[in-house]
Write a new protein. Structure first.
Length: 329
């Protein structure tokens, strides 16, 4: 069975962008492939989080993975730093990664521009660690958003380079896996293109009803349509995009008609949108609290996940070591 792998960096709570862009899809395919879903805690070290926040962030993602429906009986859920084999492969692949190609990565250039005082080697080699995450289970499919295309391309390059250099076929070339129903980009409601943690415009899975309603009611709108069937400005289009993800087609059509005949009242639309977001997130929120308090369950999930992930990882590493010529005495 094909191996599917994905992960989310442990940097805080998950928002609707993470949910509709990634997590919901993990849940949908978890029993159709051999799925590995991990928490990318080592990747978050590039920004030197406080030790207490570091552990808390891992717990948050783990809890929210489970609350959103990832089932440890159907897929392997683990923490990246629990699998040292990933770091060994990272060392091996670093020997095949060239400084020039790493420096040309868009995400790296972006980070250098934003934080010129913290350009560390971990940031430069972020794509090598990500390639190690993927290749350690010989994964073929990686469900991630469009923003990760360049990193995936690099994972393919390193896989190919390793195979060619050592005359082996240890690593299959991994490809992006689009979500069931096509790629999703969740917009921000503040006029920003995308919903994101760093954009500061997240609606979180753990938000309560009051917070969600407040965030949605604050969404940026305009003065309203002046002529029937006019095109929608971006901020209004964003409201509809989000509504298509959370509301029924009937609800969306109702507001589309109101837009087209210029009778739309944004207050009504936002109220409906907030209600429909809550229908999806509040049951997840309720499970988050229960799961977070069940430390023996969390312990079991993580230790079973670690065992399964390490078994798969060490088998791959054995093949890579053999191809390189690393032999035991
Ligand atoms: P953030 O942008 O909040 O820091 P990450 O970069 O850690 O989130 O993204 C984790 C996953 O969620 C990735 O697979 C990414 O493609 C997806 N994702 C994040 N924001 C969005 C969004 N607004 N729309 C769709 N997918 C998203
Ligand atoms: N780079 C990914 C992100 O920012 C997170 C990530 C790390 C990842 N390693 C991965 C995603 C391996 C998929 C596969 O979203």
């Amino acid at each position: 069975m094909d191996v599917v792998l994905s992960g989310i960096r442990a940097t805080g709570h998950l928002h609707l962008g993470n949910y509709f862009g990634a997590l919901r899809n993990f849940v949908k395919i978890q029993d159709k492939y051999n799925c590995f879903y991990f928490i990318a805690d080592l990747h978050s070290l590039t920004t030197h989080p406080h030790p207490e926040d570091f552990h808390q962030n891992v717990k948050i993602i783990l809890t929210e993975y489970l609350a959103a429906g990832l089932d440890p009986d159907k897929c392997t859920i683990y923490v990246q730093s629990d699998v040292p084999e990933i770091c060994e492969l990272y060392t091996l692949l670093n020997m095949l990664a060239y400084k020039g190609e790493l420096e040309r990565t868009a995400a790296f250039k972006d980070k250098v521009r934003k934080n010129p005082e913290n350009v560390n080697a971990g940031l430069l080699t972020y794509p090598v660690l990500m390639a190690s995450d993927i290749l350690i289970h010989r994964s073929s499919w990686v469900p991630v958003g469009k923003d990760q295309d360049q990193h995936l391309e690099m994972a393919r390059t390193f896989a190919r380079r390793f195979n060619n250099l050592y005359g082996t076929e240890v690593f299959p070339e991994p490809h992006a896996m689009d979500p069931v129903g096509g790629p999703v980009k969740v917009p921000g409601l503040d006029g920003n293109g995308k919903m994101g943690k760093s954009e500061g415009n997240g609606i979180y899975l753990c938000d309560d009803e009051k917070t969600i309603t407040k965030k949605v009611m604050r969404a940026v709108t305009d003065a309203g349509p002046k002529t029937p069937d006019s095109p929608k400005p971006e901020v209004i289009d964003n409201l509809f995009t989000l509504m298509k993800l959370v509301s029924t087609p009937d609800t969306v059509n109702y507001f589309e008609e109101k837009w087209n005949d210029c009778s739309i009242r944004y207050g009504d639309m936002k109220k409906q949108l907030a209600e429909d977001i809550c229908k999806i997130t509040l049951p997840i929120r309720a499970r988050i609290d229960d799961i977070a308090n069940d430390s023996s369950y969390l312990h079991r999930v993580v230790s079973d996940g670690r065992d399964k992930a390490r078994a798969s990882a060490s088998a791959t590493l054995e093949m890579a070591r053999e191809a390189i010529g690393i032999k035991r005495f």
